[in-house]
Ligand binder design. Structure first.
Ligand SMILES: [Zn+2]
Length: 307
């Protein structure tokens, strides 16, 4: 576990048994909270990390989820069972999927195909233990201290960032992009589609907050917060321009992948060969082409309806 502040820690959830891919953030204190849990296949790793932090089955008060993609929420079902005092909090549009996860899990299985087993599924969580958070929902974690969920759609319509004003820590989920193994920032735009205008509006919202430490789900902390937010916005603009031009030219998935690689090449942006290999092996680079193509086609359809 890596200490971020006196009472804030990062747990590497060891997705696929490997470090440097997916993190969870632990806020210790009176009412301990974990923000994101990693995939279901990471449940034992996260459980062991909580135990090593001295958090027993009756101690964990909150499981907060930035969004309900399986690499972030998959272990939540198992952990909710093992930590019966924990209440699960996520965006109101994501919460129903925790109670009835079949559709979410099947949809992910469709997208990931043979890579699905890397993540596992999601065990259903009893409805009475799930809070569907409105924008600004506050989770109390200690005297005068809360975690605030802020709507930040774009990566997913049900995405929240989680702000601890006490320490200036923002758990950004996937709202700002990813730095696998702490490498260079690169977009995380998953299928079926993202909303690039919403991604940019969410980045602007994050810029308006007083953030000292930005925590990425993939993975770790960012010191120069403004630089990453500006870079992420620039990458969104590049993907939007290149993606729309390709889609209007009739691009299919492979054409889109080539167009995005030309506009924003992976290796020089990530700046680390091993991290670039991870982007490709995990299929996350290919996911970007699918997420952008889905976005572009949706925007074109909207424009056609308005004409
Ligand atoms: Zn993610």
């Amino acid at each position: 576990m890596e200490q971020i502040h006196s009472d804030v820690f990062m747990i590497d959830t060891m997705l696929g048994g490997r470090p440097g891919i997916t993190g969870a953030y632990l806020f210790t204190g009176d009412q301990p909270a974990i923000v994101d849990t990693g995939a279901e296949t990471s449940a034992d790793t996260v459980d062991a990390a909580l135990a090593s932090a001295g958090i027993g089955p009756g101690d964990l008060a909150w499981i907060v989820l930035t969004h309900v993609h399986l690499d972030h929420c998959g272990a939540a079902g198992i952990l909710a069972e093992r930590y019966p005092s924990a209440t699960v909090v996520t965006h109101r549009r994501g919460a129903p999927h925790l109670v009835e996860p079949d559709r979410l899990v099947a949809g992910t299985e469709d997208i990931y195909g043979p890579f699905f087993s890397l993540y596992g599924g999601l065990q259903a969580i009893p409805e009475g233990r799930v809070i569907a958070a409105e924008d600004g929902h506050e989770v109390p974690i200690g005297p005068g201290r809360t975690l605030k969920l802020l709507d930040t759609p774009g990566h997913a319509p049900h995405h929240s960032v989680v702000l601890d004003e006490g320490s200036g820590t923002l758990v950004a989920g996937d709202a700002v992009g990813s730095r696998l193994e702490g490498s260079g920032l690169f977009p995380a735009y998953p299928p079926p589609r993202v909303d690039i205008a919403a991604i940019r509006a969410s980045l602007e919202r994050i810029s308006s907050l007083d953030v000292q430490t930005l925590c990425l789900a993939h993975i770790g902390t960012v010191d120069d917060v403004d630089a990453d937010l500006a870079r992420s916005d620039e990458q969104a603009r590049i993907y939007a321009d290149a993606g729309m031009a390709a889609a209007q030219g009739g691009a299919e998935h492979a054409d889109m992948a080539f167009a995005l690689e030309e506009a924003l090449p992976l290796v020089p942006n990530v700046g680390d060969d091993h991290a670039a290999v991870l982007w490709r092996v995990l299929g996350w680079e290919r996911n970007n082409a699918m997420g952008v193509l889905g976005w572009a086609r949706h925007e074109m359809k909207k424009a056609a309806v308005q004409d």
